[in-house]
Design a protein around this ligand. Structure first.
Ligand SMILES: OC[C@H]1O[C@H](O[C@H]2O[C@H](CO)[C@@H](O)[C@H](O)[C@H]2O)[C@H](O)[C@@H](O)[C@@H]1O
Ligand SMILES: [Ca+2]
Length: 556
């Protein structure tokens, strides 16, 4: 699976990159203490390179009490001691760069852990015992009544009943959009804005290639609004982009804004006044799964048609799964009910507004469906983000709390603890999965590297094909009528090639008639295998597809 050096040496490298999301804590344990670490991850860089990904997105690796798997940051400018040292991080980054891999971190802007020194200082109240003002109090959002901003929804609906919690030491209420132990920072305070820029500079100075910026819609609160996507929030984020462009050109900012198309597109800003280089396409993700169960792809086309145009520098980030629940915030109530019925038959699978399962179990471990959704992911506009372990079809563990069931150790081989650690499974940070279907004894990198027909090898081949055809990364998108809602077809076209992607979302064979009159005289040729199909003539172009079948073709 040897690949050429991947990312182009341009400031817009992210437009053609394939991303790989991983947690250092659960990827590879270098010192046998049961916790993944930077030395362990460094030892796996050749694997990631050979898979054919271009950029690693690391989940938060900072000091943290881990009440939200590291999204509760206790210190923005350190490494969690379990994961190694700053020097270990520098070695990792150097080795990643030596292999042509970019690395982005996770900047948790909206809140800190309640353990953070700023919050511990803030709790002392607005005025210190000696009568001087406490500048840290104003780092957070406080109230004497806890009644303000009632228009803001609760995000962690399973655990939180209010966005306010009373701090007994301070005697006042503090604002939090997520867990009660994650007080929101006060972005109306310019010092807070500057502190986060200082934290970002710390890592960018070390050579980090950018950040996925967490939970960006919630930075500012205003009475009478839902406290999401406010203009003042955009102003702050544009300031962050200006800092990056001025001081670290070529580094990436990727927005996690789980919002409807019109609202998420605002996070790109404009060519004249840019905000984020990339934004996650949250709306399309659940519709890929929905289309599969409904055997009807109408919703994919509708939502893609609804995505606003984005600035020239912009690129969407597409994904099938990540470290959170499969979020169902960006669907209608009816669609959400359908998704729960279709994909969460066991109530333990539901969490907050979503489903806490991995890709393979969601798709009944059906290789055809796993391939189908991956091919659509790789072919839709945007840079795809793979979630660690999904390339080998890892399962999940519903007995673990919160979203931890989809964060179990990477399964490297059939040996002790799946090769994640030299220690026993019970000593690992989370126990490796060991059930008969998804357990490491059966599902692991080592066995799949030896099997030419494995999901891992298939994924590497698809990434190679995608890389060989730049229209996937940057071509225009045009949907093609197929006369059959189960069959999705679209064209990706740039100045040098025209690609035709056809996918059957139904569990049995389907016939389709493609409207390809703009391409009369051209011959579709499969990208894998170079098999020519009949030339396109006037009139409908007939095609038949087996169940969950797909074609990636070039129009010659
Ligand atoms: O830091 C708090 C959380 O921030 C991200 O949350 C996102 O995930 C939520 C679902 O788990 C989603 O509903 C919300 O819209 C997002 O902002 C982060 O990815 C989480 O892991 C984290 O707990
Ligand atoms: Ca370790």
């Amino acid at each position: 699976m040897t690949q050429p050096t991947s990312t182009p040496a341009t400031s817009e490298w992210y437009k053609s990159a394939v991303f790989y999301e991983l947690s250092v804590r659960t990827f590879a344990d270098g010192n046998g203490d049961g916790k993944g670490d930077f030395p362990g991850l460094t030892g796996k860089l050749d694997y990631l390179k050979s898979l054919g990904v271009d950029c690693l997105w690391l989940l938060p690796f900072y000091p943290s009490p881990l009440r939200d798997d590291g999204y509760d940051v206790a210190d923005y400018v350190g490494i969690h001691p379990d994961l190694g040292t700053i020097d270990d991080f520098k070695v990792f980054l150097r080795e990643a760069h030596a292999r042509g891999l970019k690395v982005v971190g996770d900047l948790v802007t909206n809140h800190t852990s309640s353990d953070h020194a700023w919050f511990q200082a803030a709790r002392r109240g607005p005025v210190l015992p000696d009568g001087t003002p406490n500048e840290y109090h104003d780092y957070y959002v406080w109230s004497d009544t806890g009644t303000e901003y009632s228009g803001a929804r609760i995000i962690f609906t399973d655990t939180e009943t209010s966005n306010w919690t009373k701090d007994e030491q301070c005697g006042r209420y503090y604002w939090h959009r997520f867990f009660g132990n994650q007080p929101d920072l006060n972005y109306d305070n310019p010092k807070v804005q500057e502190e986060l820029l200082t934290a970002a500079r710390f890592w960018l100075d070390m050579g980090l290639d950018g950040f996925r910026v967490d939970a960006v819609p919630y930075l500012i609160e205003r009475e009478g609004t839902n406290c999401e996507n406010l203009p003042e929030t955009h102003d702050i984020l544009k300031g962050m982009r200006r800092m990056v462009d001025n001081e670290y050109p070529g580094r990436l900012l990727l927005a996690e804004a789980n919002q409807w198309p019109e609202d998420v597109a605002e996070y790109f800003g404009t060519d004249a006044d840019p905000e984020f280089h990339m934004c996650f396409n949250f709306p399309v993700m659940p519709r890929l799964y929905m289309s599969l169960k409904k055997e009807d792809t109408t919703s994919i086309r509708e939502i893609m048609d609804r995505m606003p145009a984005i600035p020239k520098f912009g690129q969407w980030a597409t994904f099938l799964r990540n470290h959170d629940e499969l979020t169902l915030e960006m669907v209608t109530d009816d669609e959400r009910a359908f998704m729960y019925a279709a994909y969460a038959p066991d109530t333990r699978m539901k969490i907050n507004v979503g489903i806490r399962r991995r890709l393979a179990p969601l798709l009944d471990n059906d290789r055809r469906r796993i391939e189908l959704l991956n091919t659509v992911l790789l072919a839709l506009p945007g840079s795809p983000i793979l979630y660690y372990g999904d390339e080998i079809g890892m399962g999940d563990d519903l007995t673990l709390a919160d979203r931890n069931g989809v964060r179990t150790p990477m399964q490297w081989n059939a040996g002790m603890s799946g090769g994640f650690s030299t220690t026993t499974p019970d000593q690992c940070f989370f126990p490796p999965i060991s059930d008969p279907v998804y357990g490491y004894q059966r599902v692991n990198v080592n066995s799949q590297e030896r099997d030419p027909s494995s999901l891992l090898k298939w994924t590497a081949r698809q990434l190679e094909l995608r890389r060989a055809h730049p229209a996937f990364a940057q071509g225009d998108l045009t949907f093609v009528d197929t006369g059959n809602p189960a069959v999705l077809a679209f064209i990706r076209q740039n100045e040098s090639e025209t690609l035709l992607i056809v996918s059957n979302f139904a569990g049995n064979a389907q016939a389709a008639t493609l409207e390809l009159t703009d391409y009369v005289g051209r011959t579709p040729v499969t990208l894998a295998g170079a098999s020519p199909f009949p030339p396109i003539t006037e009139g409908a172009y007939p095609m038949t597809l087996g169940k969950y079948d797909y074609y990636w073709m070039r129009l010659n």
